[in-house]
Design a protein around this ligand. Structure first.
Ligand code: BGC
Length: 395
């Protein structure tokens, strides 16, 4: 509709410009200039955000649409440092956990807002085999490998470029991960494109190619607190996950290999319920995860982009809707947040003050023969898409 209006307006401009030209030829230059003015609904701006201890320059990009959504993303880790969306009164507030400075991210971060790779989630004992050859990765989570290792994609500086259309702005991040980086085989070329649209979606498109057979499983690790108030717990916020089964884990959060029904368990999020409703129920899996820290097996696999999950905060009215073409989603209820990390607003991030909805392939897939494969071969392209849609529900 807006587009149609703009076309009509544009045509009218051209028409009157021509008329104008014919009547007053001396005004020619002015008329043509007016005609070429393009108004973008979504803008993107770059500024410096400091440098790493290795003296690599870090930039931060602000993407803004005309409906009050404003997102800051930096080139270090491709981290979303802030994401402001309006509440039901139209007030825009930040709904993702993070820090104010680059130094704080470098010092210690539980992957706040970052791109995760080369492998999102855990790989048992940091080992896997490709074509009979064993690869050994860094173990950074007890005996296991987590989120790409000691220096994963969340801790590197990405190259950036921008692209805009009338209705969207994109930040295109790329990174070349070298052969044997963190123990993974193959040089992989990775591109992650963040696109903010004026339909209030943040789309994330991941792409990778390799020169040797390797494993890839990329995701985004934003911690949401839809209330816009980081001092509030997320337990009263509601979640729905489009999954009939989930993946039980062992004591170290590695999948047992089984896919279990959610029916009759605290893991049943097929209809909206508060995160807090069943989180303290006596349940062996909740005990192992210290809450929800599991991968759900999304329904309707192999149909491409489809509804994966939704979160809703009744107080602010904010809704977050997640769509993906990935087979799984890790729902993590911020169980390891313990009040020691400083928040953006002066306080600290308390236990369960943020939740993550990480679209991905299943944990430890390289060692689980029945899970969808995460192998990427030379000549093939890894493609994955996730979209976060933001809106408010007024009751
Ligand atoms: C994992 C948690 C982990 C957290 C790190 C999540 O993706 O599932 O187990 O502690 O990331 O912040």
């Amino acid at each position: 509709m807006k587009y149609l209006k703009r076309c009509i307006y544009g045509l009218a401009l051209v028409f009157f410009s021509i008329l104008n030209l014919q009547c007053k030829p001396e005004k020619k230059k002015e008329a043509v200039e007016t005609e070429t003015v393009v108004t973008k609904d979504v803008t993107i701006e770059k500024r410096s955000f400091g440098e790493t201890p290795e003296k690599e320059k870090v930039a931060i990009y602000t993407l803004k649409n005309t409906n009050g959504i404003e997102i800051n993303i930096m080139t270090y880790g491709g981290i979303i440092t802030s994401l402001k969306t309006p509440n039901k009164k139209g007030i825009s507030e930040d709904i993702v956990l993070g820090y104010n400075s680059l130094d704080e991210y470098i010092k210690s971060s539980p992957y706040f807002g970052a791109i995760i790779g080369r492998y999102g989630n855990r790989i048992a004992k940091g080992k896997f085999k490709i074509d009979g050859k064993t690869y050994t990765l860094a173990t950074n989570d007890g005996e296991n490998h987590l989120h790409g290792g000691l220096k994963g994609f969340d801790k590197v500086v990405w190259s950036a470029s921008e692209e805009t259309t009338d209705n969207s702005a994109s930040l295109i991040l790329s990174y070349l991960s070298k052969d044997m980086e963190e123990g993974y085989p193959g040089n992989i070329d990775v591109t992650v494109t963040y696109t903010l649209t004026n339909e209030n979606t943040l789309e994330i498109a991941y792409q990778a190619t390799t020169d040797k057979t390797t494993v890839v499983n990329l995701t985004q690790h934003s911690y949401f607190n839809l209330s816009g108030d980081f001092s509030k717990s997320i337990l009263d916020q509601q979640v729905q996950i489009n999954a009939d089964t989930y993946i039980p884990v062992d004591q170290t959060l590695i999948p047992t290999g089984e896919l279990a029904t959610v029916e009759g368990t605290p893991f049943d999020f097929r209809t909206m319920k508060t995160i807090g409703k069943d989180i303290e129920v006596a349940n062996d899996q909740l005990k192992k995860g210290l809450g929800f820290d599991h991968c759900w097996v999304l329904n309707n696999q192999n149909i491409g982009m489809r509804f994966a999950a939704k979160a809703y905060d009744p107080t602010s009215g904010r809704v977050l809707e997640v769509t993906t073409d990935e087979p799984g989603i890790q729902f993590y209820s911020g169980n390891f947040l313990d009040g020691t990390l400083p928040s953006k607003n002066g306080g600290t991030y308390a236990h369960r003050s943020g939740f993550c909805l990480e679209t991905q392939h299943y944990p430890d897939s390289p060692n689980q023969k029945d899970f969808p494969t995460t192998i990427l071969k030379p000549g093939k392209v890894y493609n994955s898409k996730t979209s976060f849609k933001f809106y408010v529900k007024k009751e």
